[in-house]
Design a protein around this ligand. Sequence first.
Ligand SMILES: Cc1cc2nc3c(=O)[nH]c(=O)nc-3n(C[C@H](O)[C@H](O)[C@H](O)COP(=O)(O)OP(=O)(O)OC[C@H]3O[C@@H](n4cnc5c(N)ncnc54)[C@H](O)[C@@H]3O)c2cc1C
Length: 363
Amino acid sequence: MRHPVHHKVDVLVVGLGPAGGTAALAAARGGLKVAAVERRKEVGLPVQCAEWIPLALLGLLPDLMPNLIQGGGINVQSVDAMITSLPSGETSRLRTPGMMINRAVFDQAIAATAERAGAALYLNCRLDGLDTLRHLASVESPQGKMTFSYRVLVAADGPSSSVAKLMGLPKQAVVHARQYTVPLLQPTRETAVWLSPDFPGGYAWLFPKGDQANLGLGMDKRFAVNLKTPLDNLHQKLVSEGRVGHTVIRRTGGLIPVGGLRSALVAGNVLFAGDAGGFTHPVMGAGIQAAVVSGRQAGEAAVACLDGRGRALESYEEDMRDHFEQALSRGVKQRVWLKAGGKDETLRKGWVAFPEYYAGDAA
Ligand SMILES: Cc1cc2nc3c(=O)[nH]c(=O)nc-3n(C[C@H](O)[C@H](O)[C@H](O)COP(=O)(O)OP(=O)(O)OC[C@H]3O[C@@H](n4cnc5c(N)ncnc54)[C@H](O)[C@@H]3O)c2cc1C
C-alpha cells in the first residue's frame, strides 16, 4: 500500500471561495508557508451566486482594483439602487451602490493573487479527515490521499463546512436558493426584490447583468419542498411583462446561512471565516464582502499567532464579533417577520429597506 504524500505547512486553508482566497493571500503575504485545498476542479465554478457586490468592497481588494474598475472581466455593470415590492404592490427604492460581477472570475482572481504571493493551491482536493489534536488533515486528491500537518487551519469551506462537521460542531441554519440566468430585455441599473407569502422566510430577486439577469429566490425549505414552481411562476410573470426572455441560460442554486455567527469562530488552532463562520447576512443573503473581510483577518491572525504575538486568535474572534455581530443578530431576529409575513406591515419588519426593520435599535 502506498503511503499518503505528506505536506508540512504553517497554514492550511480549506476552500478557495472569497474567504479562503483572501485568507491564503494574507497568510502568504505575511511570509508563512500556506497550502489551500479546494474540492472543485476549477476555482469559482459552478457559480452559485446572484453576483452583486457593494461598492465598499472595492477598497478591500487593492490587488483586484484595476480589474474591478477597468474591463478586466470581473465588473459587468454598475448598480445604483434596489427596488423592493411588497404584496400590495407598494414599492420602495433604496440606494445600494454596487456592481454586478462575474463571480467565477472574481474568485479566480483572488486565488491567483494568493498563488503569486506564494500559497500552494491544490484543486480537485477534498478535505475528508481532521485530527485537531495532532493538527493533521487528510485530503482526497485525484492522485490519492494526501496529509497536511498545519499550525493554524482556516475553515473557509462554505455553508456546509466539512471542517465543522469533522469537528462535531452543529450544522448552520440555512435557506435554500434556486436561480436562473435569463435574457434581460430592459437593461437597468436597479436590482429588483419581491417580498411575498409565496417565498416564506426569504425573497425573490432580479439582478441585472448587462443583457442578462440573475432571477432567483431563496426561502425556508420547511415551507415549500419545491422551489421550482414559485421561481417558474415569477419567471413567467416577468416574461409576460416583457422584462425578461423565456430562455433559461443557466440554472444554479445553493445554501445561504441565516443563523448568524457560529457560537465560536475559533476552536483551538482552527479559525472559521466566511459562510463557514456564519458571516452571511441572514436577511439579504449577501456574504461576499464579509467573506473577504473575515478571510483576510483570519490570515492576518494566523501570521500574528505564529509570530508569537499572544492572543492573536482570540483577537480574531473579538474583532469579528465587534464588526459583524450586531448587524447579523438583528438580521436573525428580524428574519422571523419574513417567515410570518403575508401582509405588507409584517414583511416591512423583516426587510432591510424599511425603517420598521431597525425599530428598537435606539433603545
Ligand atoms: C444563490 C445564491 C446567491 C447569492 N448571491 C449573493 C450576492 O449577490 N452577493 C453576495 O454578497 N452574496 C451572495 N451569496 C452568498 C455568497 O455567495 C457567499 O456568502 C460567499 O460565497 C461566501 O464565500 P466563502 O468563501 O465563505 O464560501 P464559498 O464561496 O462557498 O466557498 C467555499 C469553498 O469551499 C469549498 N469546499 C467545501 N468543502 C470542501 C472540502 N471538504 N474540501 C475542500 N474544499 C471544500 C467549496 O467547493 C467552495 O469553493 C449568494 C449565495 C447563493 C447560494
